[in-house]
Design a protein around this ligand. Structure first.
Ligand SMILES: *Cc1c(COP(=O)(O)O)cnc(C)c1O
Length: 366
């Protein structure tokens, strides 16, 4: 395990050896022990979201986008009207899901570089055309933190139900059901929860799963049917990712042992502050206003000078033991460095040393 690079990415990310070891056992998917493990994980996910009895946590197979698509397919009927708030690639992906499913929707297309202004959401909702609003909590495209509580307030005032993609924030940044009253929230095992990839979940207001005028057009992405199955006999409808769920259970134990989401957020925040400070000292510029930067992943502008070539920068860092991430912003060339996972400030210090060596070697050749 030691020759694998440290992943400074938004996930899959570096997990602890104990999380990896939790996958060394095979589980019978219909065995009561696995049923109990699933029930325990579902209860813990609800607790992290501070979601009471009105909510259910429905895990499903697949990556995060499977959960986002299941959330929309299950909850939003074709004529409901969904306002998609997009300030990055993940918001735009939700618009694509709506288009594919033929859902009535509008896209509030905003710049990638700044948080969503709640007033713009209020304006878009003023016409009363939308029963639902979809919003990204941390837009991983840039790393910007959207003001979830304020957007929730705007949705509440307009009588619209908020659907949250909290993929890259859940487990570190507060995503509180009681405070925001979200209708549903989607996230996955392999980001701030520090599990392995292969399972995602939706935390959902149960009453929305009881509609008799709509059901998911997809058989597998039907959260209502899966929730009914869990209630009936505790079973997954289709082969569960048993090892991934076992690893997630271990990861949730480790989250608790670390001191919960606030302790995890504190570690990520320290990683992030140190990363930006060190990279700035090396001459790199982070893209976002620090006040809007989520401590999850940081976008840096690619230096315009000839010496910089992302692939070479990536390969040299990888040879030093660190995997960074390509950029994804619409209007500029960037690369990204994640600060989440089993990563500490001393790892960030080691990364900065390596980035210094790589940068010097690359600039000297020019
Ligand atoms: C990672 C991520 C997703 C899901 O991506 P997958 O590749 O399907 O796991 C969705 N939204 C956001 C904001 C993300 O960061």
């Amino acid at each position: 395990m030691t020759d694998a690079p440290l992943l400074l990415t938004p996930g899959p990310l570096t997990t602890t050896d104990s999380v990896k070891r939790a996958m060394l056992r095979d589980w019978g998917s219909r065995d009561p022990e696995f049923e109990a493990l699933t029930a325990q994980v579902r209860a813990e996910l609800l607790a992290i979201a501070n979601a009471g009895d009105a909510y259910t946590a429905v895990p499903l197979q697949g990556s995060g986008t499977f959960a986002v698509e299941a959330m929309i397919a299950t909850l939003v009927a074709p004529d409901d009207g969904l306002l998609v708030v997009a300030n990055g690639a993940y918001g735009r992906r939700i618009a694509e899901i709506c288009a594919r499913m033929g859902l009535k929707h509008d896209v509030l297309d905003l710049p990638d570089r700044a948080p969503v202004p709640p007033a713009r959401v209020a304006e878009a909702l003023a016409e009363g055309r939308h029963r639902f609003v979809a919003v990204i909590h941390c837009e991983t495209t840039s790393g910007v933190l959207n003001p979830l509580a304020e957007i929730a307030e705007v949705c509440r005032a307009a009588g619209a139900k908020m659907l949250v993609d909290a993929m890259s924030s859940f487990g570190a940044l507060p995503c509180d059901a009681a405070e925001t009253g979200f209708a549903a929230l989607a996230a996955s095992s392999n980001k701030c929860l520090q599990g392995v990839p292969g399972a995602a979940f939706v935390i959902c207001d149960k009453s929305l799963l009881l509609r008799d005028d709509h059901r998911s057009p997809s058989l597998v992405l039907d959260l209502a049917a899966q929730d009914r199955q869990f209630s009936a006999d505790g079973q997954w409808r289709f082969t569960p990712p048993t090892h991934v769920i076992a690893a997630l259970a271990q990861a949730l134990d480790e989250l608790r042992a670390e001191g919960g989401t606030s302790a995890r957020l504190a570690r990520y925040t320290e990683n992030c502050t140190q990363l930006i400070k060190g990279m700035t000292a090396l001459g790199f510029q982070s893209v976002l206003d620090p006040a809007t930067q989520a401590p999850i992943i940081v976008s840096f502008s690619e230096p315009a000078e000839d010496w910089f070539d992302f692939q070479q920068f990536y390969d040299r860092l990888k040879a030093e033991g660190f995997a960074i991430y390509a950029g994804k912003m619409r209007d500029r060339a960037t690369f990204r460095v994640g600060v989440i996972g089993d990563v500490t400030p001393s790892d960030i210090a080691a990364f900065l040393d390596a980035a210094g060596r790589v940068t010097r070697a690359m600039t000297e050749r020019h």
